[in-house]
Ligand binder design. Structure first.
Ligand code: C2E
Ligand code: CA
Ligand code: CA
Length: 740
């Protein structure tokens, strides 16, 4: 208050002499001495300082005690204010204009925070002042007050740091990430700039926390934060949302090719082993990606989209990334419905085990069966384990399902001839649950099955978490006498170190390597050879999985895989069929299947848009590969025609017609598609309709509803003025209803 009063006096715009004169004239002469004493006391006590500048904004006065504090003995007077005081860029998240700007504009300076470099460290002062004018109204400089606010400022910085940063990892916290995202999206919206959001969730982190303890968990999180910090792009902001969730904001990024590569690198980096207090731990991570403005414009929308993508990434097995797409909404709902029904599936007897034969690759003699779960849903019909096993893993139902499978498989296998093995899949959460080894022992005892006939199929993800614990469980299982197989080899974390130490009897070569191993220019055949070589060196058997065609069978046999499993011999069959096969006395299988594996051209029946000139047609997408597509529905489109294929959600692909017959065209894309993280394809960029418009593409040709952020820009199609089609279009309604 004292300050304000003085400021008013100082800033009244009249020269000091005039003011003194006015005071005397009004009969307040006696005040003058008192006033002076008061001012001196304020200055000396350091309650406040006074400063003044000349017409060039050079310092002409500063209270003696301030000079003493600032730079005793230095020549401050005559120095430009803006050189003496450096404006602090941001105060309470609000930007401050530089002092030079304010002074130049002769604006008032109000509690302007400046930084002073002092030998003992920086200090912060708050400056307040007004321009002063002489009796003719000419500017004569500033008059003002100053205050040292260093202590306050430091406290405020600390608390805002605390409020904005995660004290464990030093990364931005949930609050800060939220405000940053809002600020960026708001600023970018008008400028039509893009922004990517990545959400990460660590796989099996809880397991580390539970087995190695919370301090170890904290240490692990710190190491994860450091690794992430090293690989994310410079302009990106990274935060921890609490627990084992991380968020990365990357402004001006919409290249899904680059984002996919980054997500892949993140997964690789995070999955490298950690050393924590002498223990080794491995974790994984899943990544969900959404890109503004295509997947959402508001922060909430974008976060929700990235969340759904993360949920899908986790659902399609671990160590995956996934881009958001509209249909994830449905699949998330689907998963929740499955989870609900799955709880009752076991008590209601809806689950069954089927058995897929495994044969010697040389003789085609049966060596055993892999037990595969089947769910006969009362309404939905048969549901694939690839769909419900990940849901069961996520919701802890897997232990009950897994135990049931173990008991059932042992019981069934006890009725088979004594040399046939039964392989049972064991999920990672089941493997690391407390009672697992005991449940294996009980299943063996109850069925009377010889332990050497039970083979447990385990994936690399059991090594996630506390590595020592996995080793102890392996040792206990070996003491029981069961066999161990490493399933889906080569698809997961691909850390070979543990293969050497873990007591596996068999490696299962993932179908991904078998499929396409006979195509030219593929490295798969070489990988199969390498895995077989590795297994032989470690005295392990191998089973090549998913063999469908005769040429694949020939290849895996030639490359030395010991066993083969796949549709070329048989799909999984019921226990009744197994018993019938055994009763027939013929324990050999005859291969039958296509001669050759055919490149996987996905057949699709999906309507897409085709834009040519300013008309939008509907066409049926028959197949899609990275480099091209086949469409049905337009008649007599000449070879060489340039079209834009609209795959939905802003995925516009420039394509040229390479083949054309009647209503079918083969298209070649100008730029190839990229993987969407799952087994789908997407465009590298979502083409902003703004860009199309500026390139002369009429926005009118775009489907309404798919570009919510553009609604105002797309002029409604005037029904009296339809665009003019160049090609005839077939009525697709009959085919599209069949497709869905
Ligand atoms: P997996 O362990 O890799 O099982 C092999 C899968 O490949 C089975 O799919 C099988 O039907 C399929 N397959 C076999 N030969 C061929 C072939 O020639 N071509 C093609 N395209 N596929 C072939 P399924 O039964 O749908 O099981 C999927 C996954 O679900 C399994 O993959 C396994 O990870 C999991 N699973 C199945 N049963 C159980 C179970 O009882 N417990 C646990 N924890 N997981 C299970
Ligand atoms: Ca398996
Ligand atoms: Ca497998």
């Amino acid at each position: 208050m004292v300050m304000r009063g003085m400021l008013r006096g100082l800033g009244s715009g009249k020269p000091a002499s005039a003011r003194a004169h006015a005071g005397a004239a009004s009969g307040r002469g006696a005040d003058l001495g008192q006033r002076r004493a008061l001012l001196e006391a304020v200055e000396d006590e350091g309650l406040g300082w006074f400063w003044a500048s000349n017409v060039r904004n050079e310092l002409t006065y500063l209270s003696a005690s301030a000079v003493q504090r600032f730079a005793p003995g230095a020549a401050l007077f005559g120095e430009p204010l803006s050189r003496l005081f450096e404006t602090v860029g941001e105060v309470r998240e609000q930007p401050q204009r530089p002092l030079s700007f304010l002074l130049g504009a002769r604006s008032r300076v109000v509690e302007h925070i400046v930084r002073l470099e002092m030998p003992e460290g920086p200090q912060w002062w708050s400056l307040t002042g007004r321009p002063a004018f002489d009796e003719w109204g000419d500017f004569i400089g500033y008059r003002g007050i100053a205050r040292d606010i260093s202590a306050e400022y430091a406290r405020q910085c600390d608390s805002s740091r605390l409020a904005e940063y995660d004290s464990l990892t030093g990364l931005a916290n949930r609050h800060r990430m939220g405000t940053r995202l809002t600020a960026i999206l708001t600023a970018f919206r008008l400028a039509r700039r893009s922004c990517a959001l990545l959400l990460l969730d660590l796989d099996r982190f809880k397991h580390v926390n539970d087995t190695l303890g919370h301090p170890a968990g904290d240490d692990l999180l710190k190491q994860v934060a450091q690794r992430l910090g090293r690989i994310i792009p410079e302009q990106a902001e990274i935060g921890r949302l609490g627990g084992d969730e991380f968020k990365i904001i990357i402004p001006d990024m919409d290249d899904r090719g680059k984002l996919g590569e980054l997500a892949h690198r993140i997964i690789q980096m995070v999955s490298q082993p950690y050393s924590i207090e002498g223990s080794r731990a491995i974790i994984g991570t899943s990544v969900g990606i959404a890109v503004a403005p295509y997947d959402g414009i508001e922060p909430d929308e974008l976060v929700k989209a990235a969340d759904l993508a993360l949920y899908a990434a986790k659902g399609s097995g671990r160590a995956q990334y996934r881009f958001y797409s509209n249909d994830l909404k449905d699949s998330a709902q689907e998963r929740r419905a499955i989870e609900e029904d799955l709880r009752d599936a076991l008590p209601r007897g809806e689950l069954q085990l089927h058995y897929q034969p495994v044969v010697r690759s040389k003789s085609h003699r049966l060596t055993g069966f892999e037990a595969l779960m089947r769910w006969n849903h009362p309404e939905r019909g048969p549901i694939n384990p690839a769909q419900f096993i990940p849901v069961a893993e996520e919701s802890n139902l897997i232990c009950a399902l897994g135990e049931w499978a173990l008991r059932q498989a042992c019981e069934d296998a006890a009725a088979w001839p004594g040399d046939l093995l039964v392989s049972v899949n064991v999920s990672a959460p089941q493997f690391s649950a407390a009672g697992f080894v005991a449940s294996v022992g009980k299943a063996l005892a109850a069925s009377g099955l010889a332990p050497g006939r039970l083979e447990l199929e385990i994936t690399e993800s059991v090594f996630l978490g506390d590595g020592n614990m996995a080793a102890r469980t392996f040792a206990r299982l070996k003491r029981l006498g069961v066999r161990l197989a490493l399933d889906d080899f080569g698809t997961g974390y691909s850390s070979l170190g543990y293969l050497r130490d873990a007591p596996f009897d068999k490696i299962k070569i993932d179908q991904g390597f078998v499929r396409g191993s006979t195509e030219e220019g593929q490295s798969n055949a070489a990988i199969i050879t390498a895995i077989v070589g590795l297994a032989e060196a470690l005295r392990m058997e191998t089973t090549a999985e998913g063999v469908e065609a005769m040429d694949e069978l020939a290849l895996v046999a030639a490359r030395g895989a010991t066993n083969v499993q796949g549709f070329v011999f048989s799909r999984a069959i019921s226990q009744a069929d197994v018993l019938a096969k055994i009763a027939s006395g013929d324990l050999y299988y005859e291969p039958s299947g296509p001669e050759r594996h055919r490149a996987d051209r996905r057949s699709l029946y999906r309507t897409v848009g085709v834009i040519h000139e300013d008309y939008r047609y509907d066409a049926m997408l028959r197949n899609l590969s990275r480099t091209g597509a086949r469409i049905d529905g337009l008649i007599d489109v000449p070879v060489g025609t340039e079209l834009v294929l609209d795959l939905g959600e802003g995925q516009l692909v420039v394509a040229i017609v390479r083949r054309s017959q009647d209503a079918t065209q083969g298209l070649e894309f100008e730029t190839p598609l990229i993987s969407d993280g799952a087994d789908g394809l997407c465009t590298r960029h979502r083409i902003s309709p703004y860009a199309l418009a500026s390139a002369g593409m009429p926005l009118r040709a775009l489907p309404r509803g798919e570009y919510p952020f553009l609604q105002d820009l797309i002029e409604p199609r005037d029904p009296s003025q339809p665009g003019r089609p160049r090609f005839m279009q077939l009525d697709l309604s009959a085919t599209s209803s069949r497709a869905t």
